[in-house]
Design a protein around this ligand. Structure first.
Ligand code: HEC
Ligand code: HEC
Length: 378
């Protein structure tokens, strides 16, 4: 192996070591592993995590917390942890084992959880002079990412230098190069292959018991593709990871979700569908009531009967309501469903249609039917 090749090897080992030095990022680990089930400051699927570590430490179970994260079920079954037993029935859902997390990573998560970033305060817009003064960014210390990136660029330049030096040497050997007759036919220019008749020109002097060595060059298409991957990786790394010019997958996802939420909002606004349980009112126009009746006959009649007198579902014409008789209550009953057999309908009807249904029910005259259920509403 020639000397400069060794240099490249050492450098690339050095570079790949740099790649792996990555600050523990509690926020990121939390998002990746825990955020699906835990909120920091309030319960969701799992209990809130703020202060949880302190709780376990107080109970003398600081070490067992790691075991809990690694495998909640095992720790619970072992019966040795009071904390695990105490929290076990919090939810019928089970916490997934996270044995891939190291102690340092778990610590980083709890560091983050117990010192969450201060909430972003939206400030009043300032007077004009202040805005101008504030817009000059304060000098920030170089981040870890930028440092690693710059070091790698330096490494990259050194490699480039070596390649150039190599190239110059090769040029000096041109005398020999010129004697080589590359196969120019077909795709020869892409492979720099040497026709069998001309192989003598690339035969090295080595002769091991009659076995000789051909000094074939790497095909140019391969070499250029290889350089291409290096250039690609530098651009990719810089744009995505270090300078964050382009969004990472996760950010792109959040952005797209935000955009689609906006789109849905715009769509609803444009189509008069911005109706919610808080804002809904009973419609009184004939046409709306008729539209409500049509939907009712198609979907609700089976359980509430044609005139709303009730069978499987309660009587909708009396003044007694299980879940309230205001426009908002009825809207919610229809769109979200109710626990004892009332299906949700928001996946079937849009807001306008649910409003029409509620209005139709409201317009119904009292009809003797199923006995009153729920509370009397005026
Ligand atoms: C799949 C959902 C899920 C994920 C993911 C999850 N947890 Fe949990 N976690 C739970 C549930 C549910 C409980 C309550 C125990 C139970 O009901 O079995 C819990 C309990 C805990 C407790 C005990 C809380 C207390 O008050 O004693 C800690 C600590 C905890 N989780 C930490 C974590 C950490 C750290 C992560 C991420 C590395 C994580 N959890 C990921 C669902 C989850
Ligand atoms: C599969 C049967 C079924 C269908 C279909 C059904 N409901 Fe119901 N509905 C019920 C039952 C049962 C309840 C009582 C739920 C409870 O007690 O938790 C109910 C409750 C309600 C309530 C609340 C009544 C109160 O007293 O608070 C309203 C309003 C209502 N339904 C409207 C509708 C409308 C409108 C439709 C059609 C879009 C519909 N339901 C379709 C079975 C049904």
């Amino acid at each position: 192996m020639k000397k400069y090749n060794k240099g490249i090897l050492v450098l690339s080992v050095f570079l790949s070591a740099l790649f792996t030095v990555n600050a523990q990022d509690g926020a990121k680990l939390f998002k990746q592993n825990c955020a699906a089930c835990h909120k920091i400051d309030k319960k969701s699927i799992g209990p809130k995590l703020e202060g949880a570590k302190a709780k376990w430490e107080e109970a003398g179970e600081a070490e067992m917390l790691y075991e809990w994260i690694a495998n909640p079920n095992d720790l619970y079954e072992s019966g040795k942890s009071k904390m695990a037993v105490a929290v076990w029935d919090f939810s019928p859902a089970a916490m997934s084992p996270m044995a891939h997390l190291s102690k340092e990573e778990v610590d980083a998560i709890f560091d983050y959880v117990d010192n969450p970033p201060a909430p972003v305060v939206v400030e009043e817009p300032k007077g004009e002079e202040n805005v101008v003064a504030d817009s000059t960014p304060a000098p920030t210390p170089m981040s870890n990412g930028t440092l690693v990136f710059l070091l790698s660029i330096i490494g990259f330049l050194i490699i480039a230098l070596l390649v150039i030096v190599n190239g110059v040497k090769a040029l000096k050997n041109q005398g020999r190069e010129n004697q080589i007759e590359y196969d120019e036919e077909g795709f020869g220019f892409l492979t720099k292959s040497v026709a069998i008749e001309n192989e003598d020109s690339i035969l090295l002097d080595h002769d091991y018991d009659g076995i000789k060595e051909l000094d074939n060059v790497l095909p140019p298409w391969w070499v250029w593709m290889f350089y291409g991957t290096i250039i690609f990786s530098v651009i990719y790394w810089g744009m995505y990871q270090t300078f964050k010019v382009w969004p990472l997958q996760e950010e792109a996802y959040v952005m797209e979700m935000a955009q689609s939420e906006k789109d849905v909002y715009e769509y609803k606004k444009a189509n008069n569908l911005l109706i919610s349980a808080e804002t809904v009112t009973f419609l009184t126009e004939e046409s709306e009531i008729a539209a409500g009746k049509e939907l009712y006959d198609g979907t609700c009649k089976v359980c509430h009967m044609a005139d709303g007198e009730g069978s499987v579902g309660p009587n909708l014409t009396d003044k007694y309501w299980l879940y309230g008789g205001t426009a908002g209550d009825i809207f919610t009953s229809i769109s979200e469903g109710r626990p004892n057999g009332m299906p949700e309908h928001k996946s079937k009807f849009n807001e306008k249609q649910i409003q029409q249904l509620a209005s139709f029910i409201h317009s119904l005259d009292f009809k003797e039917g199923k006995a009153p259920e729920g509370d009397l509403m005026k």
